[in-house]
Design a protein around this ligand. Structure first.
Ligand code: PLP
Length: 492
């Protein structure tokens, strides 16, 4: 075996930790949440709209969860509606209010740092004849109240401003912003997804008319969101059908998800207690980076920032390479919101705070959570140093989601499936894959193209990782490995 191959293999055989630093993308449901959901699935099978006993039992569970959500947000239960996601909540508010006010009023004011679930909806509304103005933000990502004052006017019916930014963590002075907007006769909506569970969110105090939330950002289940509508504020359904959620959101409720969301909200006081410890770790990461890698700079502001978020620029290092190297060491971080990561676009937030494309492509987000430890931070700092000093071999990885996109547009992509043919419970290969068994790979090297992108696939992503190292050592430069293997592909 050549020395180069051997070094790839040795790298692979090193013991690995798992460090999850992508809590702004999602969090794993807590044990209490999982238990409450499993219990609901087992013991509460009824439809909450049915009038017999099982239905009434389900309706009680639904209302208990609504109380838990409302209580943790300082709202009343009649102001909380369940949806399938914060994306749906944001769509509902923006589309329904546009319908309500059009054609008398057509103008919405927003910020350039909103989540894609707001930005893309605003793009759509603009294509339908609404007018959208974006209030610029400072280098720290904060809305300038004076600039906003100048933009407000009689024809504006809505101000849309998130409470905490998902990329860099900036917190807005939403209370003052809402007062300004109300003074000018506009309603106020706020995407509070990232703030909830990380900083106190009291809707009564914030004074907003509409807000959106998502359970999976605070150790609840995925696929469940909430919509807050202040008593007396206009709102209309965008889905039509049954009369669930007071007629605002048709469709039989996913009760286990709703119960899980309620349970997650019951733990919000504990999450907020943990926030100071998490902030300490985040600061340790920042200070460690300053000491170890003086060239790096920070995109997250020093103040008015989520306690768990640190967005960092590593000059000269493309974030996709650094992410893959960190991944090879078991560290999960992110280059931006999961929704835009797939499209390889530069984050609008980073552009809005003044970063050019190159600076944005050299930036990474670390977002900590309640299970993060100081060992995680030390390991991450050591690993980052090793990556940046060229001591970590780079195995390019491609995610299942990215592959789905690439298959649509990339014609010269060759899929090489190394899964054993006789394996029991083997997951089906992706149609069109070239299938070679791992032990015989060496004999088939001349069948593999060196002038095309080669994606190595196996069942779980481990064998393909090893094979990718091997192929890199054999002079294949356009080779990558499917992370998570066919298991992740079929789970999509
Ligand atoms: N808004 C913000 C700020 C987010 O970070 C996210 C998720 O990344 C969303 C909205 C969308 O939430 P969901 O995944 O529930 O659609």
């Amino acid at each position: 075996m050549e020395l180069r191959q051997l070094s790839y293999l040795l790298e692979l055989l090193k013991p690995r930790r798992r460090v999850y630093l992508d809590h702004n993308a999602t969090t794993a449901p807590s044990k209490a949440v999982r238990r409450s959901m499993a219990r609901t699935l087992r013991k509460v099978p009824g439809n909450p709209s049915a009038i017999y006993q099982q239905g009434r039992q389900a309706a009680r569970a639904l209302e208990r969860a609504r109380q838990q959500v409302a209580l943790s947000l300082g709202a009343s239960t009649s102001e909380i509606y369940f949806t399938a996601s914060a994306t749906e909540s944001n769509n509902t508010i923006l589309k329904s209010l546009s319908d309500h006010f059009h054609p008398e009023k057509k103008r919405i004011i927003s910020t350039p740092i909103e989540h894609p679930s707001v930005m893309r909806t605003l793009d759509y509304l603009e294509s339908q004849g609404m007018e959208v103005n974006y209030c610029q933000v400072s280098e720290a990502g904060r809305v300038d109240p004076e600039a906003l004052k100048d933009m407000l006017g009689d024809d504006c019916f809505l101000l849309c401003c998130m409470l905490a930014n998902n990329d860099i963590g900036t917190l807005q002075d939403l209370q003052s912003i809402a007062e300004l907007a109300h003074g000018a006769g506009a309603l106020v909506m706020s995407d509070c997804v990232q703030a909830f569970g990380k900083v106190p969110v009291h809707l009564g105090d914030l004074g907003v008319d509409y807000a959106s939330f998502s359970a999976h950002k605070l150790y609840g289940p995925k696929g469940i969101g909430a919509l807050y509508v202040r008593k007396g504020s206009p709102i209309h359904p965008i889905l039509h059908g049954g009369s669930q959620e007071e007629g605002l959101r048709a469709g039989t409720e996913g009760l286990h998800n709703i119960v899980g969301f309620g349970r997650a909200c019951a733990d919000v006081p504990q999450l907020l207690e943990e926030a100071a410890r998490v902030e300490g770790l985040r600061n340790a990461l920042r200070e460690g980076l300053e000491a170890l890698l003086p060239k790096c700079s920070f995109n997250s502001p020093m103040e008015h920032c989520l306690p768990n978020t640190l967005h960092v620029r590593f000059p000269g290092m493309p974030n996709s390479r650094l992410l893959a190297m960190l991944d090879s060491r078991g560290i999960a971080a992110s280059a931006g919101s999961a929704c835009s990561a797939k499209k390889h676009q530069v984050s609008g937030t980073l552009k809005a705070i003044g970063l050019d494309d190159q600076a944005a492509r050299e930036s990474l987000r670390f977002s900590l959570g309640i299970h993060s430890t100081s060992r995680d931070i030390r390991y991450t700092l050591r690993s980052l140093k090793a990556c940046l000093e060229g001591r970590v071999r780079h195995v390019p990885l491609r995610s299942a989601a990215q592959l789905k996109d690439d298959l649509r547009c990339q014609e010269d992509l060759v899929l090489l499936d190394l899964s054993p043919r006789m394996l029991q419970g083997r997951l089906d290969p992706i149609p069109g894959s070239l299938r070679i068994s791992f032990p015989s790979l060496n004999r088939h090297l001349d069948q593999l193209p060196k002038d095309k992108d080669l994606l190595v696939i196996c069942q779980q992503g481990n064998l393909s990782y090893l094979a990718t190292y091997y192929l890199l050592g054999k002079g294949f430069t356009r080779v990558s490995s499917l992370s998570g293997g066919l298991a992740e592909w079929h789970a999509l």
